[in-house]
Design a protein around this ligand. Sequence first.
Ligand SMILES: NC(=O)c1ccc[n+]([C@@H]2O[C@H](COP(=O)([O-])OP(=O)(O)OC[C@H]3O[C@@H](n4cnc5c(N)ncnc54)[C@H](OP(=O)(O)O)[C@@H]3O)[C@@H](O)[C@H]2O)c1
Length: 168
Amino acid sequence: MTISIIYARSLNHCIGHEGGLPWDLPSEFEHFNRTTLGHSVIMGRRSYEDHRSELPGRLNIVVSTQQNYALVPRVQLASSLDQALELGLKYHKEVFVIGGTELIVKAMHSRETCTVYESIIDANCEGDTFLPEFNFDNWQSTLISKHAADQNHRFSFEIWRRTRLSQI
Ligand SMILES: NC(=O)c1ccc[n+]([C@@H]2O[C@H](COP(=O)([O-])OP(=O)(O)OC[C@H]3O[C@@H](n4cnc5c(N)ncnc54)[C@H](OP(=O)(O)O)[C@@H]3O)[C@@H](O)[C@H]2O)c1
């Protein structure tokens, strides 16, 4: 059983703007898809409303306090992060918490979370959704890849994998 977190943040820790991402970086999104495919993904209700569809090839779980919140077919509803994790792990060995802020922060505080995939976008972005700064001193950090800015990518970015040292 593995609980992981995956997110992309700017230098100023911004992750969202007006319900969507503050950037359009196709290669970063490919990394997100490649990494989470075949696993369970857990997202907050606002993140789901950004697309209102199923991320294909994954068990999608939306967390909301609204008991009768309507979702597209196959997407599952959970009333708490714990309930979502239990459901996700019933179907897949790895579960990814994919945002937004409250779920990522909660999962970061859980000793059961052992891996964080962090994309760092090389820009200070304007937005309305931010993550706090996390201390990764007790984690092993590995740079997975670096992507330069190009005609399809306005910003360069780095992708890091952080593994909790107690898990190594
Ligand atoms: N850059 C990235 O990697 C990334 C990743 C994900 C999202 N985003 C962006 O971030 C923004 C959305 O994030 P957000 O933080 O504003 O919202 P969010 O976490 O996606 O959704 C918040 C809602 O989720 C539900 N929720 C969250 N934690 C809960 C808990 N512990 N128990 C029960 N329900 C819970 C609540 O829904 P109810 O109000 O229905 O109860 C809450 O209002 C968007 O702009 C999105 O595009 C960016």
